[in-house]
Design a protein around this ligand. Structure first.
Ligand code: AMP
Ligand code: ZN
Length: 351
């Protein structure tokens, strides 16, 4: 079954074609980072307008790349939430109009389910059950996954998401949005001994996270360093290093705790922050000692993309799920409300 996937929940327009027997045929992405950079964050109205401009040219591009025509498409999956309401509505309206015009089913997909299943686009895929760490600009969650749509929330951030904390720390250091990759780059030249930032909530039981105290600690450190004038490049690198170490250590501790609690040996990590190389290496090191394994998507499928939506939608469409006539976008949408999927995975080999 050939499925078109459309992602427009935030500031990336992603379009992809996934075939349940042949795998991912093509994908294309336009990132709006340059549009929002001067505002230091995503401007929802600008995001919506740009999705309108980019979606159809990207659709033409993936059809050409895959050597397909619109007549080959057998279903359309789009991100129905969570996300920015205007941006979601652009994708939903376009997807449902295309599906109606082509006479094929449409289905609204949960954005975080897309992230969670993105590692399934790789050749080496995790088996259910597993623990998933979802770390993006809007979410930090640990979820037990027993199958598609069988999700149990184990813990989540009580305040900022990990990606949001990276973005705010970057802003304090005068770095552009989104700050995660900039912090990661500076951290590579940072002295790990100069500062020791707190590891939030690791001494408390449970699997919740909190990053607001770390944010305040970072701001206080920046203020102290500025007492002697502007921040030097080395100050920035050292603060970035200490901040990254604290986030990574916290995430690693909670992942190990979640695996132990659930008696599982497989961890799946997804979302923009999962592109962080220090986090990947630290998790691999920590889990290999316990004979546990971590899976994550290719870097291009860590941040928002159409391929993960096409994949998640393909699983559900192939199992017969479809939008009703009155379907609406859901800017807030708990993942636990998703219906389970009893059939096996409809997964092809990626081209
Ligand atoms: P998403 O919300 O899944 O699209 O992910 C975007 C978030 O991931 C933003 O907050 C970025 O700052 C963050 N991010 C992207 N790459 C990295 C990285 N290498 N290290 C840390 N955070 C990152
Ligand atoms: Zn995302």
């Amino acid at each position: 079954m050939l499925i078109l996937g459309l992602e427009t929940s935030c500031d990336e327009t992603g379009v992809a074609l996934y075939d349940t027997s042949r795998g991912l045929l093509a994908h294309a992405l336009f990132s709006q980072v340059d549009i929002h950079v001067e505002y230091g964050g995503v401007v929802p109205e600008l995001a919506s307008r740009d999705h309108i401009r980019k979606a159809l040219p990207l659709l033409e591009e993936v059809l050409t790349k895959a050597g397909c025509t619109a007549a080959d498409i057998e279903g359309v999956a789009y991100t129905a939430g969570p996300g920015l309401v205007g941006a979601l509505m652009v994708g939903a309206t376009l997807a449902r109009a295309l599906a109606w015009g082509w006479g094929v089913p449409a289905l609204g997909v949960h954005h975080m389910e897309g992230h969670l299943l993105a590692p399934m686009l790789e050749e080496e895929r995790p088996d259910f059950p597993f623990v998933a760490l979802l770390v993006s600009g809007g979410h930090t969650q640990l979820v037990r996954v027993d199958g598609i749509g069988q999700y149990r929330l184990l813990g989540e951030s009580l305040d900022d998401a990990a990606g949001e904390a990276f973005d705010k720390a970057a802003k304090m250091l005068g770095l552009p949005y989104p700050g995660g990759p900039h912090i990661a780059r500076l951290a590579e030249s940072g002295d790990p001994e100069r500062f020791n930032f707190p590891r939030p909530m690791v001494n408390r039981p449970g699997l919740d996270f909190s990053f607001s105290g770390l944010k305040t600690y970072t701001l206080n450190t920046v203020t102290d360093c500025k007492a002697n004038g502007e921040l030097s490049e080395q100050d920035k690198c050292d603060i970035a290093r200490a901040f990254e170490e604290a986030v990574v250590a916290t995430l690693v501790i909670k992942c190990r705790r979640a695996l132990k609690q659930e008696g599982l040996k497989t961890l799946v990590m997804a979302g923009g922050v999962s592109a962080n190389r220090n986090l990947r290496a630290s998790l691999e090191r920590a889990l290999s000692k316990e004979k546990a394994k971590v899976f994550y998507p290719a870097p291009e499928f860590c941040t928002d993309n159409g391929a993960m939506i096409a994949y998640a939608g393909a699983q559900r469409l192939a199992a017969g799920q479809r939008d009703g006539e009155a379907s609406a976008v859901r800017p807030r949408w708990p993942m636990a409300e998703l219906p389970p999927l009893s059939a096996g995975l409809a997964t092809g080999v990626s081209a």
